[in-house]
Structures are given as C-alpha cells and as structure tokens.
Write a protein that binds this ligand. Structure first.
Ligand code: NAD
Length: 334
C-alpha cells in the first residue's frame, strides 16, 4: 500500500523570481525603502538576524554559507544561501553567487525562490545610500569612491541621488578599473577625477569604501571635519579598509552592532581595546528618531555597513510581491 501523500507545499504555488525579473521590479527607490524599513525594524527589536554560517568547502576554493532572519514587521522569513567561487569569472560567471528562499511565517511552507545576485548589489548600495541620507551634511558636494569593482557602480548611482553632488573623485589600486565609475559619471553628467587617496580625503564630503582590502587604505589624519564615510567592503574577519583611529575619532553607526564588531570594520578597533560595542549606534535608531545622528557640521560620521541577511529578505520580498502582481513570476509546487 502507498503511503499517504502530503498536500502540495503551498496552494498558490511557489513563486520563482529570476535575476531578470528582480532587475525589472526592484529599482533603487524600492531597495532604499526596503532597507531603511528593515534597519528601523531591527533597531526596534521587530526583526533579527540569525547567526551567519560561512565555510570554506574545500572544493573550487569556494566559500559557502547562509544568512537568515525574521522580520516580524515586514513578515519576511527566509535565507540567502551562496558564497564566493573565485574561478567563476573564467567561466563567464559572477564570482559571488546567491539565491534567496522565502518561507511563509505563518506555516513554514516555502513561498518563493529568488535570484540573489542583482539584489545583493542593489541592497548593499541602498545601505550606504540610507546612511548618506541620514548622516551626511546636507551641503555635501564632493563624493569620493574608494574601489572600482562590481559593487562600485551600484554604490555610486545610489549615493548621488542622496545629495546635490557636483563632483566625483575616485581611487582604485588598479587605476584602469576606474573607467567603470568614469562611464557612470559621464552618463549622469557629473565631473569625474581619478586622484590619490590623500587628495580624495582632503576634498570629499562623503566617502564610500567598497574594496576587498585587508589593510587600512585611509588614514585618520587625511579625513577633513564634517565628512561622512560609508565603509562597505569589510564583511569578513580580517578585512579592513580604514585606520582604526578613524573609528575611534568618528561617531560610529552600523547596520548591526554584533556584525560590526565581529566581521565589520569595527572588529580591529574592538580587538585592540580602543573601541567598545557600546560606542556604536544602530542606524535604525537614527531612522526611528531615537538618536539624533549627526550633531554638528564638524563631526565625522562613519557607517560600518556589514551586510545583513534581513536586507536580502527585505528586497526579495518586494521582488516577489511585484513579480506576482505583474505576473512576471513562474509557479511550481513541491
Ligand atoms: P570586486 O572583486 O568586484 O572588486 C573588489 C575591489 O576591491 C576592486 O576595486 C579591487 O581593485 C579592490 N581590491 C582588491 N583587493 C584590494 C586590496 N588588497 N587593497 C585595496 N583594494 C583592493 O568585489 P565587489 O563585488 O565590488 O565587492 C567589493 C567588496 O564589498 C568585497 O570585499 C565584498 O565582499 C564586499 N561586499 C560587502 C557587502 C556588504 O553588504 N557590506 C555586500 C557585497 C559585497
């Protein structure tokens, strides 16, 4: 006799949302709102990230892991799974690979499977953009970009929408890669200059770092008063983009304090004893009006954007909702 069969996992079917459809549905404004809302929910205690798993799998030099969490306010429950496959570029693929799976918080049934590569880039750019919106001086005119990899153009496009920037300065260890940023600036009609790091710091009102560096690229004494810095590249133990003295001198904000001190830019200053977790404020507290954010035109503010799973779930939820509404998702049942 055959065993009784479970009913299908989800009566409405599981929504499959492709990378293409993510690009059609989640633009910068949608990502900004989703990320701002989830940072606010995290600071209120309505949303929390589960411990991150990340392992070298001992095959193809790959790092694989997952980030997950639950947002009670946005009703997003799920996991982003993926990692870094350094040999992919030679195969014509992106080295960073990710897929997001959402579950129904009421039943635990799978709701959707969403391409995570584009969403990772757009949600990371939204994170620094939210920090600029809430922390940079209103009269900021010069944007400085440190790094010119895959993420950098997403960062640039989202940042320039936050203030009336008149010029973009940029530095990268391999200057030829700066053409990426120069091309976006030409498209946006913004003057662009490739400069050395010290000059960039002397002129920029807002600086974004988005590199894979393992040593400080910016010195504390180079940064002028009133600058806002969004450190976005450090998301793993050992990585580092700026001088720890800069974190001690700045007013510090982050997406999640636990990640900031363990895998974020603050890990080094905390390890040396120069900084404590209590010195760092959640950006969500500023969004919720529980912290004033920048308190003077001279203050240096620094946002340690470590990248949390809830950001991925937030943008994936928007992609699924809009894709279903516009009949752009495909459906399957398990
Ligand atoms: P990428 O590989 O395309 O580009 C890396 C950039 O870092 C390039 O500009 C490269 O020249 C530069 N770089 C590499 N090694 C360096 C070094 N030792 N010193 C200085 N610069 C160096 O990567 P990407 O996709 O643009 O991502 C950039 C960084 O952002 C990565 O470290 C990635 O892990 C991180 N990231 C963070 C988040 C987040 O949420 N915070 C999300 C995605 C990616």
């Amino acid at each position: 006799m055959l065993a009784p069969v479970d009913p299908p996992t989800n009566k409405k079917g599981i929504s499959i949302v492709s990378e293409d459809v993510c690009q059609q549905t989640v633009g910068r404004p949608e990502a900004f709102t989703a990320v701002e809302n989830v940072f606010a929910a995290m600071a209120r205690g309505d949303a929390y990230n589960f411990p991150v798993v990340r392992e070298a799998i001992g095959h193809a030099d790959a790092l694989y892991g997952f980030k997950s969490g639950f947002d009670r306010a946005g009703m997003s429950l799920g996991v982003k799974s993926g990692g870094y496959w350094p040999g992919n570029a030679a195969k014509g693929l992106t080295n960073h690979q990710s897929t997001i799976i959402l579950f129904d918080p009421d039943t635990g049934q799978i709701k959707s499977i969403v391409g995570g590569n584009y969403l990772t880039a757009v949600r990371t750019a939204a994170s620094s953009a939210v920090s600029i919106a809430h922390l940079a001086r209103k009269d900021a005119k010069v944007l400085g970009m440190i790094g010119a990899g895959h993420q950098s153009t997403f960062q640039l496009r989202a940042a320039v929408e936050q203030r009336d920037f008149e010029k973009v300065l940029a530095w990268n260890p391999h200057p030829k890669n700066l053409v990426r940023l120069a091309t976006v600036c030409a498209e946006l009609g913004l003057p662009f200059e490739a400069v050395e790091r010290e000059q960039l710091c002397a002129e920029a009102d807002v600086i974004i770092t988005i590199t894979s560096a393992f040593e400080p690229l910016l010195r504390h004494e180079w940064i002028k008063p009133g600058t806002h810095i969004a450190c976005m590249g450090t998301d793993t133990k050992g990585k580092q983009e700026v001088d720890p003295a800069l974190l001690v001198a700045a007013t510090l904000f982050t997406d999640e304090i636990a990640q900031s001190i363990s895998i974020g830019e603050a890990q080094h200053a905390v390890a040396s004893g120069a900084l404590k977790a209590g010195d760092i404020t959640s950006l969500g507290d500023v969004i919720n009006g529980d912290h004033c954010g920048r308190s003077s035109a001279e203050e240096i503010t620094l946002f340690d954007g470590t990248g949390v799973g809830l950001q991925d779930l937030a943008v994936a939820s928007v992609a699924v909702q809009l894709a279903d509404e516009r009949k752009l998702s495909s459906k399957i049942s398990l």
